[in-house]
Design a binder for this molecule. Structure first.
Ligand SMILES: O=C(O)CCC(=O)c1ccccc1C(=O)O
Ligand SMILES: [Mg+2]
Length: 367
């Protein structure tokens, strides 16, 4: 393939429910949508998962646009590319900026899948026809509301419930949730809100039979997590700390985690995500697909990745209607009884809803 045109759109979408973590609250999601056109006319899409502030990683909507415009697009445009797994090599001269890189790589995987007449899931080597769906529930204003939201999610059929915790909103919350829902597959995500100084508190979480505790310690740490994991029977799941195959290899070697949350954007693309998946599979480390409050295009890529065999735990990829009044794809992603059916059509298997996209676009530029 040879990409001749790229369009970047900056969109702003209103979330049905504000999403609150240990770092703050979101009412809207701003993100970039990249459209790439091959010389044969095939069009592929990639959604950039960076937020408008650098709370989760250092990347933002603006840094991604800068990286794409000034460095990444020039490396890809008009270049003969045989297979999308070459793209991470082509982008290697640029350090980090994984979410920006993943955006362009995603669009080229979509094009490649269409040109080879297979679904993105098939192109990646995935085999599942449906995927299991969990849900990530943000911090609520009151504990009563928190319990009600968890109860609703269980009734909706989600296969695993994740709640966000932060200092002062942790043990009591988990204890209460366990009293109300003793057998539900439950986990907690701290988004790096603790340090080893909190080890006594973190050890108390061990008694609640959680599936895992996600990213309790610093976003760039794998050493302290290894120390903590040795003192916990609950598996630690790393999210922020795993930004590459090398990070995953070292974390596994050190015993820093028992599970890895894979996010395409955080690790720089589908090719790297697949490599980490394969490594984890051979090391006996289960993985699941995390979420970044994606709109439909990003969600479609997550669904395709989740069809790989070692995605043995339900992911955070809930249905479109959990997030949006109207999504940017047709059909929308539907989660029913805790499952999403994997589309069979070629490419990402959903069509962009240009009417919705146009309404939500703040600015756009062509390259
Ligand atoms: O529903 C989703 O898309 C995932 C929600 C979530 O937990 C999350 C959302 C934004 C950024 C980071 C995280 C996280 O997994 O830490
Ligand atoms: Mg997380």
């Amino acid at each position: 393939m040879k990409v001749t045109d790229i369009t970047i759109r900056h969109l702003k979408m209103h979330l049905n429910n504000p999403f609150t973590t240990s770092f703050g609250s979101f009412k809207d999601k701003e993100f970039l949508l990249l459209q790439a056109k091959d010389e044969d006319g095939t069009i592929g899409f990639g959604e950039c998962v960076a937020f408008d502030t650098p709370w989760y990683t250092e990347e933002t909507v603006k840094t991604c646009w800068h990286m794409l415009e000034d460095f990444l697009i020039p490396l890809v445009l008009h270049k003969e590319i045989l297979h999308p797994n070459q793209i991470s090599e082509i982008l290697k001269p640029i350090r980090k900026n994984n979410m920006a890189k993943a955006t362009i790589e995603a669009a080229l995987w979509d094009i490649y899948a269409q040109q080879t007449n297979q679904s993105l899931a098939q192109a990646l080597g995935g085999t599942k026809e449906k995927i299991e769906v969990g849900i990530s529930i943000g911090i609520q204003e009151t504990i009563e509301k928190q319990i009600a939201v968890v109860e609703q999610a269980i009734q909706d059929g989600y296969k695993r419930i994740k709640v966000k915790i932060k200092p002062g909103y942790d043990i009591e919350l988990i204890k209460l949730l366990r009293e109300h829902f003793p057998d539900v597959p439950l986990m907690a995500d701290a988004n790096s809100a603790y340090s080893l100084d909190d080890i006594d508190l973190l050890k108390q979480l061990d008694q609640y039979n959680l599936l895992m505790i996600e990213q309790p310690l610093a976003a760039d740490d794998i050493i302290d997590h290894a120390t903590l994991q040795k003192q916990l029977k609950t598996p630690i799941c790393l999210d922020e700390s795993i930004t590459s195959y090398e990070d995953a290899r070292k974390a596994i070697e050190l015993g820093s985690c028992g599970v890895i949350n894979l996010k395409i954007g955080r690790v720089g693309g589908l090719t790297e995500a697949k490599k980490i998946h394969d490594l984890c599979e051979s090391a006996g480390i289960p993985v699941w697909c995390g979420g970044m409050l994606e709109a439909g295009i990003g969600r479609a890529h997550n669904i395709a990745l989740t069809t790989l065999s070692n995605f043995v735990l339900p992911g955070d990829t809930a249905g479109s209607s959990h997030y949006w009044e109207e999504d940017i794809i047709l059909p929308e992603v539907i989660a029913q009884d805790g499952y999403i059916m994997v589309p069979r059509d070629s490419g990402i298997g959903y069509s962009p809803n240009f009417e919705a996209i146009d309404k939500l676009t703040i600015s756009m530029k062509q390259y």
